[in-house]
Design a protein around this ligand. Structure first.
Ligand code: ZN
Length: 268
């Protein structure tokens, strides 16, 4: 599933091909992805793309007549192709430019979304916590937010209302770096522990975005699946392997039905 780093890398991959260009037409080959595709999106035809922003895992394609809000769901991907390149089975949306290129959206499982917004706001973007890579996401904020909370810290940092974009892999990896046990009550972390955890979350996400940066050219290639990339992981998926710090075996457990990996020696 595309996580925040993949979505950010997708934004960086498609933006240079789209910003400043004019939309000739929008083609939908399905009426519905996760939700119905709204007819209002047709209002973007003839408009210049002003910017492409990201909020959590949504991409917001901005024009003066409104925005397309795009989510990659479980299996969505975007690429830039020549207009005459024939669509294949799961190519559900084409955004054709007047320069002969198009943005094509592929999504085998159809859990993604294309939505319309006049002003860039939308119900799907409401009630979200801060972006993890902004200064708003800091140790003091997390300490306040977690006050008296008994929920497991791993589940807490994965809650979009607390902070957006900390997916399952990144939660395990950052808790390992910060040496915090994933089942600890969120309210039990000290300011110093939040300081490490917050900076490790930022570090893990930033590293991942950098690793994805090597795939940027794939967005304008006809083959492959841009936006998905291999990452160097310390503990995620490594049950039974030796801990990279102490050599103890990595253990796994489920927290809120999600696989969680940790070192029982290093993480307290
Ligand atoms: Zn260890």
């Amino acid at each position: 599933m595309p996580e925040l780093p993949e979505v950010e890398v997708s934004r960086m991959g498609i933006s240079p091909h789209l910003v400043g260009e004019t939309i000739r037409s929008l083609t939908f080959r399905t009426p519905k992805l996760r939700w119905d595709i709204p007819v209002e999106l047709k209002q973007l035809e003839g408009q210049v793309i002003r910017d492409i922003r990201r909020r959590a895992k949504y991409l917001i394609i901005e024009t003066d007549a409104g925005c397309a809000i795009v989510h990659l769901g479980m299996s969505g991907s975007l690429r830039i192709l020549d207009a005459e390149f024939p669509p294949s089975k799961h190519d559900h949306v084409d955004l054709l430019l007047t320069n002969g290129k198009l943005l094509r959206y592929n999504d085998p499982r159809r859990f993604g979304a294309w939505l319309f917004s006049q002003d860039g706001e939308h119900a799907v973007l409401g009630h979200m916590g801060p972006e993890p890579l902004t200064d708003e996401f800091n140790a003091e904020y997390m300490l306040q937010k977690a006050l008296n909370k008994r929920v497991a810290v791993k589940q807490f940092i994965m809650d979009n209302k607390v902070v957006v974009g900390v997916g399952n892999i990144y939660a395990s990896e950052s808790l390992f770096s910060a040496k915090v046990h994933p089942t600890r009550a969120a309210g039990s972390l000290t300011l110093t522990e939040w300081d490490s955890l917050v900076s490790d979350i930022k570090q893990v996400l930033t590293t991942s975005i950098k690793q994805g940066g090597t795939t940027l050219k794939d967005f304008a290639q006809a083959d492959g699946k841009p936006g998905y990339f291999a990452q160097e992981l310390q503990v995620y998926g490594k049950v039974g392997d030796p801990c990279p710090n102490c050599g103890e075996e990595i253990e796994a457990l489920k927290i809120s039905q999600r696989n969680t990996f940790f070192c029982p020696h290093c993480q307290i």
